[in-house]
Design a protein around this ligand. Structure first.
Ligand SMILES: Nc1ncnc2c1ncn2[C@@H]1O[C@H](COP(=O)(O)OP(=O)(O)OP(=O)(O)O)[C@@H](O)[C@H]1O
Length: 260
């Protein structure tokens, strides 16, 4: 079985007056160390699926397993979440924020702590470790959030539009840092994004979702030539432009279908 195995997931949100079918028969497999993106128009169920992978709630039906174990109810599973907002604790220093997860999990042995502090250094945060989040730029705060997420050594990283609130230059730099770090750590990751370019530059595979109900429209493997480059370098490769055009046309066709 694959590292993350999702089989025939359906999800419906029920309220007193209505039922919204958010996901219709989603099946996909992600191998350990792969980087996969969920791309698609608003409301196509990307965040719902990411939340189910995170174990925030179970799907209405279907099966999901991580590392051969069901996700729900298994407290050993370790899932790192990185969001648009950094959610650092404002009253704690950057160093305290990064080591906090270790304390909560009672993993703050000297070795884990020194690994966490090394991340701080690797991410260029060592000079500001005693500062508080509000003293830092958005890019620095996201770097600290990434270090905090990796410090607890999660099995999988779920990235929900983590770059979308940043200015363009910072976003490109952070994409490179995240991509390089995940390759070095061999981490499995799922990125939710609206940005076609970002999904091509960072992923091994892209799932394009369609809406109403949310479903996988098509999967696009990213050519290996791009995977050996940094996201920044990948953006100027001809294969990047080819895939961009292909996905753009598919997205347009989805919108046309939606208009009728
Ligand atoms: N808590 C909820 N209760 C009811 N309906 C919901 C809830 N959360 C999401 N939905 C509906 O489920 C569908 C999928 O939503 P979801 O947020 O997963 O899509 P998305 O692709 O992540 O959208 P976006 O890109 O805008 O964030 C939408 O129709 C949305 O309105």
């Amino acid at each position: 079985m694959s590292f993350l195995s999702i089989k025939n997931i359906h999800h419906t949100y029920f309220s007193e007056k209505s039922a919204t079918e958010a996901l219709d028969n989603i099946s996909l497999d992600i191998e350990e160390g792969e980087f996969v993106s969920f791309l698609g128009p608003s409301g196509c169920g990307k965040t719902t699926l990411l939340s189910i992978i995170a174990g925030l709630f179970p799907p209405t039906s279907g099966n999901i397993q991580l590392d051969n174990k069901p996700i729900h109810g298994d407290k050993d599973f370790f899932i790192g979440y990185m969001l648009q907002q950094d959610y650092l604790f404002p009253w704690k220093t950057i160093e305290e924020n990064i080591t906090l997860g270790l304390k909560l999990l009672k993993q703050d042995d000297p070795e884990s702590k020194s690994k966490a502090l090394k991340l701080l250094k690797d991410f260029g945060l060592e000079d500001i470790e005693k500062q508080f989040p509000k003293q830092l730029s958005g890019g620095m705060r996201q770097r600290a959030a990434l270090a905090r997420t990796l410090a607890v050594n999660p099995k999988i990283l779920l990235l929900d539009e983590p770059f979308s609130a940043l200015d363009y230059q910072t976003k490109l730099k952070l994409e490179d840092l995240v991509s390089e770090t995940l390759k070095v750590f061999g981490k499995t990751a799922v990125l939710v994004t609206h940005d076609i370019g970002e999904s091509i530059a960072m992923s091994d595979r892209i799932y394009l979702f369609a809406a109403k109900p949310g479903r996988i429209h098509k999967a696009f493997p990213v050519p290996g030539e791009l995977r050996s480059l940094s996201p920044f370098e990948a953006r100027s490769h001809p294969l990047y432009s080819d895939l961009f055009q292909t996905i753009w046309k598919e997205l347009e066709s989805l919108e046309t279908i939606g208009e009728h």
